[in-house]
Design a protein around this ligand. Structure first.
Ligand code: SAH
Length: 287
């Protein structure tokens, strides 16, 4: 198999404008007044934003952003745009969720072009589903712009491929706490333990001891690797490694920073070889 570029791509030169001038010339969707765009900003590094995210930042009237959006990302918003914080803290009940949705509706009805900016992907444990339901019910037109989710892109920044033919053909994504802030009772931990070699968990640090116990009771071995990636893709990214049988005490003793993604299983084994980000590359502020 040839690893070179396809023949048709050889000798191709960009004749058109380059950089941001070129972006302006592209046929991006129009951000109409009275619309809400629910946009994922990625896990943190500004370079992981999509072009549609950037386009929305240049063409909106107001940004309603949540706690996980890196302030460095907000620097890319066109000057003069109103920035509204709508953050919530993880693990707590969310009485303000409805208020955020009503605020989006209110702004849209006032004719604003509303950029609802979320960390990661808006539909991955981001309540983007709930917010767009409110918009749909209120007949507010909206667009969803997916983002790079922490459970995939964040792990990549720790040198952990979320799938690999040698370790896992399947992966489970789950949340370590439910809407009440407890370990989710609706997750069938026995089934999860058996279903997939790799389990990627969001919001799981707080209840990691209980979760690890449930997974071991469900048949996982206590020496199953556990990696905790904190502040993934950011300059202060920290990666901690433990095993399932010690995960609870590890968290109690080391108090890993949050937000953090936890991955269980042998996907972490690749990190020894693939940890590219620790090798001095993190100095670049874009990513
Ligand atoms: N929509 C987001 C997830 C929101 S839930 C996404 O797709 O990534 C919040 C959880 O996401 C956090 O508790 C943490 O588990 C994870 N998370 C988000 N950003 C992260 C980051 N930069 N590093 C590590 N974990 C992150």
């Amino acid at each position: 198999m040839s690893l070179g570029p396809p023949k048709s791509a050889q000798g191709f030169h960009h004749e058109a404008a380059s950089g941001f001038a070129r972006l302006d010339a592209e046929a991006f969707p129009v951000f109409h007044e009275g619309w809400v765009w629910l946009v994922g900003a990625g896990p943190g590094a500004p370079g992981l934003m999509s072009l549609l995210c950037y386009h929305a930042m240049q063409n909106c009237d107001v940004v309603v952003y949540d706690a996980l959006v890196n302030p460095d990302i907000l620097r890319w918003v066109k000057s003069g745009v109103v920035l509204e914080y709508a953050g919530k803290r993880g693990g707590k009940p969310s009485p303000v969720q409805q208020e955020i949705s009503y605020r989006l509706i209110e702004l849209a009805r006032a004719g604003k072009r509303v950029l609802r900016l979320k960390g990661g992907d808006p539909f991955m444990f981001g309540r983007g589903g709930e917010e767009s339901q409110y918009l749909a019910e209120a007949q507010i037109p909206f667009r969803i712009v997916p983002g790079i989710t922490a459970g995939v892109g964040g792990l990549a920044y720790a040198g952990i491929p979320v799938t690999h033919r040698d370790t896992n053909h399947s992966v489970i994504f789950l949340t370590g706490h439910d809407a009440t802030g407890k370990m989710p009772a609706s997750v069938n931990w026995q089934a999860v333990a058996k279903a997939s070699p790799v389990i990627v968990m969001y919001m799981a640090v707080k209840h990691l001891g209980e979760i690890a116990q449930a997974l071991i009771e469900g048949g996982r071995t206590p020496d199953d690797p556990v990696t905790i990636v904190s502040n993934a893709s950011l300059p202060h990214q920290v990666v901690n490694a433990t095993v399932l049988g010690q995960a609870g005490s590890f968290v109690a003793e080391n108090d890993p920073p949050t937000p953090a993604i936890v991955v269980v299983g042998h996907a972490s084994d690749w990190r020894g070889m693939l940890d590219w980000y620790s090798q001095g590359l993190r100095e670049n502020p874009i990513g």
